[in-house]
Write a protein that binds this ligand. Structure first.
Ligand SMILES: Cc1cc2nc3c(=O)[nH]c(=O)nc-3n(C[C@H](O)[C@H](O)[C@H](O)COP(=O)(O)O)c2cc1C
Ligand code: SF4
Ligand code: SF4
Length: 263
């Protein structure tokens, strides 16, 4: 029997969550950086695979879902669908991940939507997953293993909250109107940037110019990996519509959200 984990985790919360569930002895595949998504990833009967992604706009990140749909093969493996959300809502993301995994030949035995610190701000679910969360996630992982070993059935689609075909959540600003920041990219303070290249390395889209890290040359998914991982705090989002959305989230979603663990 092989315990496995697969995660897309720009800011590290999904990775922490999947590792807490699957444990230190599982085999892990990190699909966050472009190098982790070059080939197909295949499993088979005898594998129990914890597949984790963050919730972006209430769904599986739209730049990731084609990879998952085309390159992740279950071949009869069992899976646990795991989504991490930043204290607003997981909306339809768990239903979407469940549908992708089921269509790809996984038997999805369990699912989890886990409240974790929001990539945009440490005011939403600060420090989560915390010690108590990690203990809860480890307990859930153990129950998933027990269900797998007992030959338990896959979840039915009707047991998973959400609609895999629902539209993406529309981000709102503090004025209640849609906040349009699709083209926003991080600003870089040239006085702080040492051109160390760390942001170039961590960008999941490979979008930061190696020669000039101040330039974002490709798609930016606003994942905040580069902002969090710059050792000199040189990077931040300054786009007014983005900042209004972040302020709206901070005003409305500070209550501690509950994780949903389905088995
Ligand atoms: C572009 C983007 C969109 C997000 N959309 C949502 C959302 O719709 N609902 C929510 O509760 N959290 C949302 N989040 C927060 C992330 O789901 C959460 O912070 C998650 O823990 C990030 O995982 P990571 O730390 O592994 O990158 C969003 C984050 C980003 C970067
Ligand atoms: S990680 Fe920060 S300091 Fe390093 S190159 Fe990028 S912006 Fe500059
Ligand atoms: S440039 Fe955009 S996509 Fe790349 S790491 Fe930074 S926030 Fe994420």
């Amino acid at each position: 029997m092989g315990m496995k984990g697969v995660y897309f985790s720009p800011c590290g919360n999904v990775e922490k969550t999947v590792r807490a569930m699957a444990g230190p002895d599982a085999g892990y595949t990190d699909i966050t950086r472009p190098a982790g998504r070059r080939g197909d990833i295949s499993f088979g009967p005898g594998d129990l695979v914890f597949v984790g992604v963050p919730v972006y706009a209430g769904r599986v990140p739209n730049k990731l879902s084609p990879f998952l749909a085309e390159r992740l093969h279950g071949n009869g493996a069992a899976a646990v669908a795991v989504v991490c959300f930043g204290n607003r809502s997981f909306d339809n993301a768990l239903a979407e991940l469940y549908a992708i995994l089921t269509a790809n030949g996984f038997s999805v035995l369990a699912g989890a939507a886990v409240a974790t610190e929001h990539s945009f701000t440490d005011k939403l679910a600060p420090g989560r997953p915390n010690e108590a969360d990690l203990a809860q996630l480890a307990g859930f992982g153990a129950k998933c293993l027990e269900k797998y070993q007992a030959g338990g059935p896959a979840l039915a689609a009707a047991q998973v909250p959400g609609d895999p075909a629902a539209p993406y959540y529309t981000p709102l600003g503090t004025d209640g109107q849609p906040a349009k920041f699709l083209k926003a990219t991080p600003s870089v303070d040239p006085m702080l940037c040492t051109r160390c290249g760390q942001c170039v390395y961590v960008c999941p889209m490979g979008s930061i110019d190696r020669e000039d890290p101040g330039k974002t040359t490709g798609i930016c998914i606003k994942c905040h990996a580069c902002v969090h991982k710059c050792p000199h705090k040189a990077r931040s989002f300054t786009d007014a519509a983005f900042l209004s959305h972040r302020a709206m989230l901070e005003q409305n979603y500070q209550r501690p959200a509950e994780s949903v663990l389905l088995i």
